[in-house]
Structure formats: C-alpha cells, structure tokens
Design a protein around this ligand. Structure first.
Ligand code: GZL
Length: 370
C-alpha cells in the first residue's frame, strides 16, 4: 500500500516538477532517471521484488526524496547521475528527484513536498547555506531523517549526516599551488581576478575564504571577485567585463568551477589574451570534471582542484546503517586530487604545514574521471 501510495504521490510530484525547474530539464532528468533505473535493473538482472527484498527485507522500496541544486554544471550532472545510479529500484530504492534550478525557495518547497509524500529519507544539496532551520525541524517532526550532501547548511545542525568536500581546503591548496608555481616559473604575480561561484553557497564561501587567506599571506592583489554562478555563461560574462576593465593589469584568473573556466577561456580568446602553460595568464579552476581535465592536459588550464561529486554510494551506506539501527558518522569527507598540467615543475605543495601531492593529468586519468 505504501509503495502504491508513494508511486501515486511521486507521479503527482513529477507533475509539479515544472514548478521547480524548466520543463526541458525536469523531463530530461526524468528520462535520465528512468534510463538509469532501467539500465541498473538490466545490469543487476534483478526484478523489483527481489531487489526490494535486498534492501528492506519486506518487499518495500525505500523512498528517497532528493532536492538537487540544479543542472548548472558538469559537476552537477555527475552528482545527479551518481544519485540516480545508486537510488534505483534495482537497489531497492524509489528516488523522487527534484531539480530545483538554483532556486532556493523552490528547494524548500521540494523538501516540504517530500514530507507530504512521507518519504523514508530526504537528501538535500543546499543551494545556499542559510534558511534551513525551519524546514529541517519540520522533517524532524515528521520523523524523516535528512542527509545533506556536497554543500553545507550553516544555520542548523538538525540533520543526520553530511557527505562532501572541504571547500576552504580547496581554496588553500589553490593559493599555495599558485605561490609555489609562480616561484618555480619565475613569474611575478601582478594582479588576480576571481570568478566566484553562486553567492552564499558554501562552495563559494569556502573557496573564496581559503584562497583569500593565502593571498593575504603573500600580499597578492585581488583586483576583483564577481559571481559567475558556477555556469559557463556566467564565467564568460564576468571575464568579458574583466577584459574590458583590467586589461594589462592581471596575470592570474581563478574560476571557482570548470564551467566558469570554459566561459572565461572563450572571453579571453575573444580579447586576444593568452592563458595556460604557454600563455600570459595563469588559469586555475575547481571541480576537475572530465572536460576540465582535458583542458588541463591541453595546457589551457594550469591547475584544477578536484571536488568529488560522487557522494551517493556513501549516502546509501548511511541509509543502510540507519535501516539496520546502527550509529552513523555525522561527517564524511570525499577524497580529492589536485591536478596539474606540467609534470616537471611541481610534484607536491605544502598546505598548512602538510605536504599534499599534485597529480599530473594523463590519458588514463581523463578516461577514468567523472
Ligand atoms: C561544489 C559544488 C559546486 C561545484 C560546481 O561541491 O556544489 O556546485 O563546484 C557546482 O560545479 O555548480
């Protein structure tokens, strides 16, 4: 009965998806979700009843409501796919997925809809880090555990666990790499321009804070730091403005994700500004998605600081422990790598006194990336 009810409510949810995201992205996502579930079921060679037994033992699927940030970047696509691959019927789950299209109000509505549907678990990747306390209390009162992934919630700790990355550490690593690289290459850093991620997201806050601290330590000048919203269009728009306003004043560009870097490269190409290993501007990025690593391998991006989007398997472990009545870790950090374009310049950096390895990008690494 619960499964039938969940299915009917899920269908109602799909109908309301347009409220949360543009119809094309929600229908694409639904199609992808269906495709992923079908592929997984075919791969597993397991029918739904057998698969359901594998998770709950009573033939019931575990319903998981996932309020995703949006579809703004390659990183986001990989994050969504990871959840769809793991939380599928073949593995004993029913995923109610909502693409919130970078709209914080819509994301809160999505979580409240999950409560109405009485899902078993809620997963949230919070678009911004504040405004969460009330709805998390509502989930608690409804007896629905919440697992936060990727970005953090900073105004409440009323959730079961968080799985993600240390964004400030990513910013520190980018700053220390830049210092060591400039020294090794004999480059005087004249001026730095930053294209930030979505304002108020913990990824933007952490990367900005970490890099700023290192810049202050070395006395670097950050000429400007504007929001590119983690999108290619945003990165291009901000970089076009920078090329106008700061021509000849900068030799470092920091993009807080790969898609912004793609846009920044388009803008610098149009302005006749060279970048990368053989260019006048050092280009640094974050995420290290496959396309980003291809640009690193080509020497267009000098260094790319990975942010791992594949949190879903770790979330599934948490849910399975909770189903078994076991204690769970409240914080799970993902493993990340710092990728570089040149094998013979630096092999490691020192961050807060700790030596951190650098990874030279090879065909095998690009092939295996997300
Ligand atoms: C970081 C993640 C960010 C990525 C961007 O964990 O939230 O959001 O860096 C994505 O690509 O848009």
């Amino acid at each position: 009965m619960k499964k039938f009810l969940a299915m009917m409510l899920a269908l109602a949810m799909v109908a309301s998806l347009a409220a949360c995201s543009s119809s094309s992205s929600s229908s694409d996502t639904t199609a992808a979700e269906t495709e992923a579930a079908t592929e997984a079921a075919e791969t597993e060679g397991t029918d739904e009843t057998e698969a359901a037994d594998s998770t709950t033992g009573d033939g019931e699927l575990i319903t998981v409501g996932f309020a995703q940030v949006g579809h703004e970047s390659d990183w986001r696509t990989a994050s969504t796919q990871s959840c769809q691959d793991v939380f599928c019927e073949a593995n004993g789950y029913e995923l109610v997925f909502v693409d919130c299209d970078q709209d914080s109000a819509a994301q809160l509505d999505a979580v409240r809809n999950f409560i109405e549907q009485d899902v078993d678990y809620v997963i949230i990747d919070p678009i911004v880090s504040t405004g969460w306390d009330t709805v998390l209390t509502e989930c608690e009162e409804a007896g629905i555990p919440v697992i936060v992934i990727d970005r953090t919630i900073d105004d409440s700790d009323n959730y079961t666990a968080w799985v993600g990355s240390d964004f400030t550490a990513e910013g520190y690593a980018a700053g220390e790499w830049l210092n060591a690289y400039a020294e090794a290459k004999g480059i005087e850093i004249s001026g730095i321009l930053v294209i930030e991620g979505t304002t108020g997201s913990s990824a933007q806050l952490g990367r900005t804070e970490g890099f700023q601290e290192i810049a202050d330590n070395y006395g670097w000048t950050i000429l400007d730091s504007q929001d590119g919203d983690f999108t290619e269009a945003g990165g291009q728009e901000v970089m076009e403005s920078y090329c106008q306003s700061y021509s000849g004043q900068f030799n470092v560009v920091i993009c807080q994700n790969d898609n912004e870097a793609f846009g920044a490269m388009t803008a610098m190409d149009a302005a006749g500004i060279t970048y990368g290993v053989d260019g006048d501007v050092i280009l640094i990025s974050f995420d290290a998605c496959t396309a980003g690593l291809e640009y690193v391998q080509a020497g267009s991006i000098n260094a790319d600081f990975e942010c791992n989007p594949l949190a879903a398997p770790f979330v599934a472990e948490i849910i399975e422990s909770l189903e078994a009545g076991e204690e769970v870790e409240s914080t799970v950090y993902m493993t990340e790598h710092w990728y570089v374009a040149e094998e013979d310049v630096l092999t490691s950096i020192t961050v807060n006194g700790e030596e951190q390895e650098l990874t030279y990008v090879t065909d095998e690494i690009v092939e295996a990336q997300y």
